[in-house]
Design a protein around this ligand. Structure first.
Ligand SMILES: Nc1ncnc2c1ncn2[C@@H]1O[C@H](COP(=O)(O)OP(=O)(O)OP(=O)(O)O)[C@@H](O)[C@H]1O
Ligand SMILES: [Mg+2]
Length: 884
């Protein structure tokens, strides 16, 4: 039943949000409100909207009492309220008054329209792709964000990077920044700017103040940062390609760990890659391309090498021309090739080694051009003198006759015999392609290992104190036709979502309960059952491996096994058998239900090259190809060994006996198990670090600058868990400190005379003193919990207090110094004054004496004068009176 409080705001004239087919949500005004005992009816009228396609009147009939029996209305819930206009475009969604889907969408939309691409959503940074160069990444901006707390400046990638950097220094722990989002959302661009931020800020400050003491650093310091940045063009050339959704789409996942020493200078980096898309090497859908490096090589190779490797226009190679797209607008492959070569040189790769790599690439292009003919109606054959085949085998340094034999024939080893059978042309093409895929994937792995060796040698590994990892991994994928690749990608996303859930929801709320603070549990959907369905003992991956290891295994058998094992009432929430057809299965992921076509699962999972061809390749005269293969074998051994430990599988042989040769299909690691292993390893690493999240959003499908498609944005906001995070961040207590930590940092905020004995009372006293609103924090059993923003207030109070104390000390110290100076000065002044005054007095005395003498002379003179006058006058008067 609705409470009267909930209904109170719904008055005539109020603005609310109503669902809209294209806009997601549309503003509407309440026209009338009718409240009866049974229900409340609201009539809303859309503020804008196309009357023809969208009815502008919305009726909301909401039960007002338990006796409500239902009403035939469009909506049975109260419409969400619009936030006050003053909050439009808030930079943290958690500061909005009403937090719901339309409020989030509206806020992000307003900010995007004002070209603000970043918005906080609690602990997550939402990054909208501008599809245009923006002036947001200049070095001055990096400096501006350095040393600043999140929230002091506009939301930005740099603020998240800075937060991770500061946390790493202050809390002495490893950090991870997870950048996720769908293809073309901006993950790789964001990850690159984050790496650049660390390269710049760590060099400038070494984690301390920004007073550059770069002179103390040796050249290796800046060199390593250059090398780390150079990995981007290298990995992008070999692992990125043009797709319909992104001209520079990463076809692999990447986790780069940047290692810092105790002084917080970068000492090295290590890169882990995940699941390179192998099928792209042999097939590209229309308007898509193969990996950039092939086009770069065809465009940029100088004439002599071009002749040596028999290179031609890229359109002449079957592996490059299937998408009918040889150029990317705004990209010059010729220049890019020079860039790639420069980057390879920066990481210390010799020119000779670079041309070894390019030779392998060229050989693959020729291999793709090898025509496979039908000898008879069913048997495949290769003309050994065919130009493409001759060139391919020459470049690979392998025996042409043997390679031709094992591309067109198959050997089955039974207990007593070896039987060779002919392959059909289609089967032979698939073997040829599998060789190309195998070599390219091995080359890619070799490259990554080599890059790692230069980025992190033993010396830098020993100096490494902590690291910040940046994960750039494909987001959730859901197409019309989904295959093994989408399955693996979505499996990875389930795992990441679980980590996110655990981080944001589970751990948070469990901790509140453990700490016995006053807290209302928020519902959240844990996806563990879905993960168990995929990776569990009898899960999809295990069944796929089981089928893959059987020589007679087929995709149909695999799918039937899934139906038998997984289509049970216990799994009904996560696994579905499609109503029609027997070749697909549906998994209900956290973001969406996805139906996977089983066709090709087995082949892709086996990722198998016949043993006989492996032997041909191992007999190559091309040393570099041998090195690449050796590396591949070492990795396989490591994986098998790791799997053996992980599964405690007794039947898996020891690493020494795990060499190739007679190991057989069943012992080779499948792609699914390799991926599962690397994912578990990744999650273990991530779980041991503090995680920061950046969710990239692609605002429109057409990659148009500043165009906002609401439905597309909404579905991404839903899929990445932003909406749930908002609730927890705003209703929960995102910041916490242990009581001891808290007291040791903020003890100075209460006068020493008022400090209670018990830690909880002590904390209460500090908080009471420093934060005036008690609803902004809670004191648990061992920790203090704060609402967002409170720590900043405490820090400010602490800084003020310390500044005050420092000022007092400084004041008294200066007073003492200046007093001493003053007294000495006064003494000296008085001495001078005494002396000078004496002189003055003596002078005065002399003057007075002289004056007195002059006065005496004057007096006597005047007396004498007057007497003379008097006598003369007297004589004259007497004479006149007497006449004598
Ligand atoms: N911050 C940004 N500023 C300007 N342009 C951007 C920004 N972020 C992304 N873009 C544009 O979007 C394109 C796609 O971005 P990016 O390659 O990072 O996507 P992605 O999420 O890594 O996709 P994929 O999963 O396919 O690799 C870039 O080539 C660039 O044109
Ligand atoms: Mg990318």
């Amino acid at each position: 039943m609705l409470s009267s409080d909930a209904l109170e705001p719904y008055v005539k004239g109020l603005e609310v949000w109503v669902p809209h087919a294209e806009e997601g949500w549309q503003l509407a005004t309440i026209q009338s409100r009718e409240l009866t005992e049974a229900h409340i009816t609201l009539e809303t009228r859309a503020v804008t909207g196309d009357e023809r396609t969208n009815p502008r009147m919305h009726m909301h009939a909401v039960p007002a009492s338990p006796r409500f029996l239902g009403q035939d209305a469009q909506n049975t819930e109260l419409p969400p309220l619009r936030n006050p206009k003053v909050l439009d475009g808030a930079d943290d969604l958690t500061s909005l008054s009403y937090l719901h889907e339309p409020a989030v969408l509206n806020n992000v939309r307003i900010r995007y329209a004002a070209h603000n691409i970043y918005t906080y959503s609690g602990i997550v940074l939402i990054a909208m792709n501008p599809f245009q160069r923006v002036q947001l990444y200049a070095p001055e901006l990096m400096t501006a964000y350095s040393g600043k707390r999140r929230g002091e400046l506009e939301p930005h990638l740099f603020a998240i990077a800075e937060e991770a950097f500061r946390d790493m220094i202050q809390e002495q722990r490893d950090e991870t920044i997870v950048v996720s989002g769908e293809s073309g959302a901006g993950k790789t661009v964001s990850a690159k700017y984050i790496m650049r931020y660390f390269a710049t800020v760590a060099t400038q400050s070494g984690g301390k103040s920004l007073v550059a003491d770069a002179s103390k650093r040796d050249d290796r310091g800046t060199e390593i940062e250059e090398k780390i940045m150079a990995t981007n063009p290298i990995l992008e050339s070999f692992g990125n390609a043009k797709t319909t959704r992104n001209d520079n789409s990463s076809r692999f996942g990447k986790y780069i760990q940047i290692h810092f020493d105790k002084q917080s200078y970068i000492v090295g980096a290590t890169i882990r890659t995940y699941l390179l898309e192998r099928s792209r090497l042999i097939y590209q859908p229309n308007t898509e391309r193969n990996y950039h490096i092939f086009y770069q090589l065809c465009a940029g190779a100088p004439p002599s090498e071009r002749a040596q490797l028999c290179l031609d226009e890229c359109t002449k190679f079957a592996y490059l021309n299937q998408g009918n797209c040889s150029e990317i607008q705004g990209v010059n492959d010729f220049e890019e090739f020079a860039e790639t070569q420069k980057a390879l040189s920066t990481i210390g790769m010799s020119v000779q080694r670079q041309w070894d790599i390019f030779r392998v690439l060229a050989s693959l292009l020729h291999l793709g051009n090898v025509a496979i003919a039908a000898q008879s109606r069913t048997n495949a054959s290769i003309a050994e003198d065919e130009e493409a085949f001759v060139t391919a085998t020459r470049l690979l340094g392998v025996d042409a006759a043997m390679l031709a034999k094992w591309i067109t024939n198959k050997q089955i080893i039974t207990r007593s015999d070896k039987i060779i059978t002919k392959l059909t042309p289609a089967q032979a093409v698939s073997v040829r392609d599998s060789v190309a895929k195998f070599i390219y994937a091995s080359l890619f792995d070799w490259l990554v290992t080599n890059v790692n060796a230069t980025l992190c040698n033993e010396e830098s590994a020993s100096q490494s104190h902590s690291f910040i990892g940046v994960l750039d991994i494909y987001g959730f994928e859901h197409f019309k036709r989904n295959s093994f690749e989408q399955f693996c990608i979505n499996y990875a996303n389930e795992k990441l979502q679980q980590e996110f859930n655990q981080h944001v929801f589970k751990l948070e709320q469990e901790e509140y309960i453990r700490e016995q603070i006053d807290w209302q549990f928020i519902e959240f959907t844990d996806n563990q059952p879905c993960i168990a369905l995929i990776e569990g003992k009898l899960g999809v991956l295990a069944l796929l491996d089981e089928e893959s290891r059987m020589p007679s295994g087929t995709d149909e058998n695999f799918v039937n096994k899934l139906y038998q094992q997984l289509d049970t009432p216990a799994n009904k929430k996560y696994f579905k058998k499609p109503r029609f057809g027997q070749s697909a299965f549906t998994i209900c992921h956290y973001a969406h239900d996805v139906t996977y076509e089983a066709e090709g699962f087995l082949d892709k999972n086996r990722d198998n090259v016949p043993d006989e061809i492996m032997e041909v390749l191992e007999a190559s005269t091309f040393d570099f190809l041998l090195e690449v293969q050796k590396h591949r074998q070492a990795v396989s051994v490591a994986i098998n060994y790791g799997a053996a430990i992980m599964n405690e599988a007794k039947e898996v042989a020891s690493p020494q006996t795990k060499g190739r040769g007679n190991a057989g299909v069943s012992k080779k690691p499948t792609l699914g198990s390799v991926f599962k292993g690397s994912l578990i390893e990744l999650m273990t690493t991530i779980n041991s670090t503090e995680v920061h999240y950046i969710r990239c959003i692609k605002p429109n499908e057409a990659k148009v600058a500043w165009k906002f498609e609401p439905q597309m944005t909404l579905s991404q906001l839903r899929a990445c868990g932003v909406l749930e995070t908002i609730h927890i961040s705003s209703r929960g207590y995102p910041t916490r400190r242990t009581l001891a930590e808290f007291i040791s940092r903020y003890y100075m905020l209460v006068p020493s005379s008022k400090r209670p004995e018990s830690p909880r009372d002590y904390c209460a006293a500090i908080l009471d003193h420093a934060l005036k609103s008690p609803d902004k924090y809670q004191i648990g059993l061992t920790k203090v919990f704060f609402r967002a923003g409170q720590i900043a207030l405490l820090e400010k109070a602490r800084t003020d207090k310390l500044v005050h104390a420092v000022t007092m000390i400084k004041k008294n110290f200066l007073a003492r110094i200046y007093r001493r100076k003053y007294l000495a000065l006064r003494h000296a002044t008085i001495t001078v004054q005494v002396k000078y005054r004496r002189i003055l007095r003596l002078r005065e005395k002399e003057r007075i004496r002289r004056e007195a003498a002059a006065t005496t002379i004057q007096r006597h003179w005047r007396g004498y004068n007057q007497r003379q006058c008097y006598r003369a006058a007297l004589c004259s008067i007497i004479y006149m009176q007497t006449g004598k």
